[in-house]
Design a binder for this molecule. Sequence first.
Ligand code: MRU
Length: 371
Amino acid sequence: MRSDEPSEDLLKYQGRHSRTIWPAADALGIEVIDQTLLPFRFEIRQLRSCAQVEAAIRTMVVRGAPLIGAAAAYGLALAMREDASDGAMATSIAALRASRPTAVNLGWALDRMHRILRHAPPAQRFDLAWREAARICDEDAESCRAIGRNGLQLIDPIARRKQARVNILTHCNAGWLATVDYGTALAPVYAAHDAGLDVHVWVDETRPRNQGASLTAFELGAHGVPHTIIADNAGGHLMQHGQVDLCIVGADRVAANGDAANKIGTYLKALAARDNEIPFHVAAPLSTIDWTMMDGVRQIPIEERGAHEVTHMTGLADNGELQTIRIASPGSAAANPAFDVTPARLITSIITERGIVKATAEGLSSLKVFA
Ligand code: MRU
């Protein structure tokens, strides 16, 4: 499927099928879904310059590691239309790279674009970049679809053994909205649901930005997957009482030793899963593996976001307007580390487009053989 064709595979929103990012019809920019407004409003934003793409990543209009990478690739392409000189290319790459620090797909996509562009004459750079960005999108969609197929192999035996509903816990949003299509952690869920398995998802609300309650719940609902939103602190209790069969989460960066960075709170879920002998899987494409880091806990940079996200919440008021209100005691300091790193020893397996591997240096490097 080409990047400008809508996906027919997932029901998205009010019968509308689409990817999360696509070239605008006039080819003067790209279009994305404004994720800051979901689940209350479904609005498309046009991004027509590198600066607009950089701002969309920084303000989380687009978010999720694979989608950030795809957006950055298009951002660089748009920069090449404005000014294709070496200097402008370096400046744009630096600006895009700095927009979010933890998701490695961002740097991965920019490095890939740079390799294609650096020896090309400036006059050809925009066309080359536009095509490469589209390829990155197509490949991400294909990778996520394969992650779904592979992850289904973990859910299916549980369904057969249990002969009852399979309960899957996920944290944050690692679905269609976090990628170009299908998702990472949710791709196996969609594959299982579409294969007729009875699956139900416990959706961690994922404070402080509530990507679970707003985005994961939204897209599972649009696809008809049974799900229940829970407070972030409820997971351990549900695990203790046999109400979780497996956990599947996404990742923003997986170090070469198998440590995996994901939305803040993931580590605590992995600890609770280990204490209750529940499988804890991380789903991620190869573009999320950082082969340069051998110790994720020590080396993965963790984005510190504004205290405002902790002290305030945004939601729909009774008058139908989106409103932001303070929920914390005025005057108290608040800290907001946006990600944490789950040590490899707590991860049962890593589900990739190339197969399911152990979260170890050996497991991950077995994927490299085919790279
Ligand atoms: O801060 P965000 O919303 O960009 O966080 C990224 C995520 O959605 C998660 O950490 C996710 O589980 C991994 S990205 C597929």
